[in-house]
Design a binder for this molecule. Sequence first.
Ligand code: ADE
Length: 265
Amino acid sequence: MDLKSLVLSILLFFFLLTAQAQRTAILGALDQEIEILLDSLRGKKEVHRGGLPFYLGKLQGKKVVIGKSGVGKVNAAYTTAILLDRFQPDQVIFTGVAGGLHPEALPGDVVIGTHLLQFDFGQIDSLGFHLSPFRKLEGGRHEQLLIASDSLLVQKAQSAATQVSFLSISSRVPRVFSGVIATGDVFVSDQATAQQLYQDHTALATEMEGAAVAHLCRSLGVPFVVLRSCSDNANQNARVSFNQFVRPAAINSASLVLHLLEELD
Ligand code: ADE
C-alpha cells in the first residue's frame, strides 16, 4: 500500500469510528440544571431545532447533545420529541433537582429514578381523583402506571454514584436512593401531598418532567434514565429551600451525569 492510500485508510478508519460513536442526549429543565455541563462541554456547537437551542460536543470524551426542556410535562414532551427526532440519540439522561418525598431524603441527596410515574393523569368523579396509566401515542392504554428506566443505565448510574464526591447541603454526606420518581405539573409544597405520594406509590422524589421524557423515550424505544438531586422536601418550606439549594443540588445531579458518561460505551 502506498503512503497516500495508507493515510486515506487511516482517515477513513477514524471517520467511521466517530460516525459510529454513540451519542447521549442530556436534558435538564432549567438553566441551572445544565449550566455546569455546558461549561465542561468540549467543542461546543449550538444548533437550533424546532425553535429550541441544543448544544453538541463532547463530555468526558463522549459525544453528547444537551438541551433545556423547560418546566413541566408539556415542555418536556415537546423538547424530547424534537431531540429524539432530530438527533436520534442512543440514550437519554435527564438531570435536575426534585422535592424529596422519602422521609430520609434531604436536600443534596440523590435519587436515581428506576421508575417514573405521572401522578396527575386520571379522572375526577364524585369520589375524588383516580389515577390512570398513560395513553399510548398511537391510542389505547398502557397496562402499568409506572414506566421503567433502562435497567443498564440505572445500574451504571448506581455504580457511577459510588465514585462521586457530592456536595453536602444537609449536615451529612449526601445519600443515594434508587426508586420511583413521581412527576406532575405542580410544584409540590405541601407535607400531606408529599406523604401521600410516598405512601401510595413509594415515590422517593417529585418533579415536573421525568415521566413525560420517559413516556416519549419508551414510545420511541430509546433507553433513558432520570437522575435528580433534592433541592427541598416538597413541604411548606419547599419554595424557600428550592431557591436556596437549587444550584448545589443541580451540581450533584450533573456530577453524577459526568461520572455516568464515563461508564458508557
Ligand atoms: N422540583 C424541585 N422541587 C420540586 C417540588 N417540590 N415539586 C415539584 N418539582 C420540584
